[in-house]
Design a protein around this ligand. Structure first.
Ligand SMILES: [Zn+2]
Ligand SMILES: [Zn+2]
Length: 172
């Protein structure tokens, strides 16, 4: 059983340059607010694999991997959706390497903010729309019916049938 971790003390690994370690951790990730809807992260405490390598000049090379489900309404048809996402993120910290080689998740005390990194990495992995399925047909723009259930034969006449107009002319 891996410990539940909001942060991880990199310095405590006491790695020398060229050494690495693979660590299993459980990281809490809060629900996402997207488009005014709430999407729960399942499981809320996410099992992650953290690869840590100590680089030269007291730098770090990190890799974080995990899989989660987001649970909330489909953005097209509003039915319950639980799309699954695999996250594979990397961070580099190289003191003296300039801003680009500074990780926002590693403090001066070499503490890694796992919660913030996992959350940002997941946010980056999300598509613009969360759907119940990739080919979700959504709702009918005219009557609001769920087109996944109504099927492809569901449609509305755009114009009144011209034959009715003809009939009316004959009647009056
Ligand atoms: Zn849908
Ligand atoms: Zn319709």
């Amino acid at each position: 059983v891996s410990p539940r971790s909001d942060t991880f003390d990199l310095a405590a690994l006491r790695l020398s340059a060229g050494e690495g370690r693979r660590i299993a951790l459980d990281v809490p990730v809060a629900a996402f607010e997207l488009g005014g809807q709430s999407y729960a992260v399942e499981p809320p405490t996410v099992p992650v694999t953290l690869d840590v390598s100590r680089t030269t000049q007291r730098g770090w090379s990190l890799r974080l991997r995990f899989e989660v489900e987001l649970q909330g309404p489909c953005m097209r048809c509003l039915e319950a959706a639980s799309p699954r996402f695999a996250v594979d993120a990397r961070e580099i910290e190289q003191p003296g390497g300039g801003e680009e080689l500074e990780s926002p998740y590693i403090s001066d005390e070499e503490e890694l903010d796992l919660t913030a990194w996992a959350r940002d990495a997941l946010a980056l992995a999300l598509p613009p729309q969360l759907l119940c399925r990739e080919e979700c047909a959504g709702l009918c723009a005219i009557c609001g019916e769920n087109l996944n259930e109504a099927g492809p034969e569901h449609h509305h006449e755009r114009e009144p049938d011209p034959r009715w107009a003809k009939l009316r002319e004959l009647e009056f």
